[in-house]
Ligand binder design. Structure first.
Ligand code: G3H
Ligand code: 13P
Ligand code: NA
Ligand code: ZN
Length: 328
């Protein structure tokens, strides 16, 4: 059934597990993720970016979600707007049947300039006031995502870096987080702890605690009832990179967020873990493989079936790793 993110994550908090939020743009991604959720008995967050809504058409997304919940009636699922850049985006998502929205007021509406704290509070509060009136949950974001390694922030689309940001800008301030949640009443809060979007997160293999887990701990202590969200949480596994490159892909060596680091986060209050890049690589590596191995193949299903199967495998692994499995 489609439920709100508040309902879904309250259960996760009560039982101490994390829920992956996977991005979708098409039917194959949705089917692959739902098959994994079914196979492992996991609740799941399906999210659509503005780009996804433009790509697939709002009505297609909505009807696909309705179909998915009819096919899998026992899987608790929520449909979440990923990175709404202004209140209007969140409002149209709510109109379209999304059960959760992210108002990302950490950047101005241009998606580039780090926004003032006051601006962030204003736009986010505007969204929670309306969303809560109709039973929809809200995720806010405080602090700018970016690399502690390079000191660069990132653009909102995850591509390319902005100028250097200070360590203060790159990490969410726990005292300000408490003030932000009191002022906006968000259900979930995306925190800046050193993750960034896309495949190129770390230039060398991360060892030990690579993210600012002390910041997560401090925020969770002040805000035990606010669900913490980790964006940019793809692990960019070496075996997926190798598979992609084996079939003619050209992905320079890179490192993502180690799964153990996410598991540490879940122990101290992280409840929603955003993953898109890993899913993209898993699927596209298979499209490359079929294109290379079966050069006469032209039935798209014979490309998309193995791509879906790989996505399902990856998602099932994450459900197990995050403790989501068995919680549906
Ligand atoms: O945060 C970005 C997500 O990976 C979605 O990416 O805006 O290209 O759809 P997108
Ligand atoms: P990745 O690029 O690490 O998969 O992050 C996705 C994300 O944060 C979507 O909001
Ligand atoms: Na989001
Ligand atoms: Zn994100």
């Amino acid at each position: 059934a489609m439920i709100s993110m508040r309902q879904l994550l309250d259960h996760a908090a009560e039982h101490g597990y994390g829920v992956p939020a996977f991005n979708i743009n098409n039917m194959e991604q949705l089917l692959g993720i739902m098959a994994a959720a079914r196979r492992t008995d996991s609740p799941v967050i399906i999210q659509a970016s503005r780009g996804a809504r433009a790509y697939a058409n709002d009505l297609m997304l909505r009807r696909m979600m309705e179909a998915a919940t009819e096919i899998h009636p026992d899987i608790p699922v929520c449909l979440h707007q990923d990175h709404g850049e202004q209140p209007a985006t969140c409002f149209s998502a709510i109109q379209m049947g999304f059960t959760s929205v992210m108002m990302d007021g950490s950047l101005e509406a241009d998606g580039k300039t780090p926004a003032s704290y006051q601006y962030n509070v204003e736009v986010t509060r505007k969204v929670t006031e309306l969303a809560h009136a109709v039973g929809v949950s809200v995720e806010g974001e405080l602090g700018c995502l970016g690399s502690l390694e390079s000191g660069h922030g990132e653009q909102e689309d995850g591509h390319g870096a902005t100028g250097k940001l200070s360590r203060e800008q790159l990490l969410t301030d726990p005292a300000q987080a408490a003030d932000f949640v009191a002022a906006t009443q968000v259900d979930a809060l995306a925190v800046a702890i050193g993750t960034s979007h896309g495949a190129y997160k770390f230039k060398s293999k991360p060892t030990g605690e690579v993210l600012a887990m002390d910041v997560v701990r401090a925020i969770h202590e002040r805000l035990p009832n606010t669900h913490l969200v980790m964006h940019g949480s793809s692990s960019v596994p070496e075996d997926l990179q190798a598979e992609f490159n084996k079939w003619g892909g050209e992905m320079p060596q890179t490192w993502g967020v180690p799964v153990e680091e996410i598991q540490r986060g879940i122990k101290i209050g992280v409840r929603k873990i955003n993953i898109d890049t890993d899913c993209r690589i898993a699927m596209t590596a298979q499209l490359r493989r079929i294109a290379t191995e079966k050069r006469g193949e032209f039935d798209p299903r014979n490309f998309l079936k193995p791509a879906m199967a790989e996505l399902e495998k990856l998602c099932a692994r994450r459900f197990e790793e995050f403790g989501t499995a068995g919680q549906a």
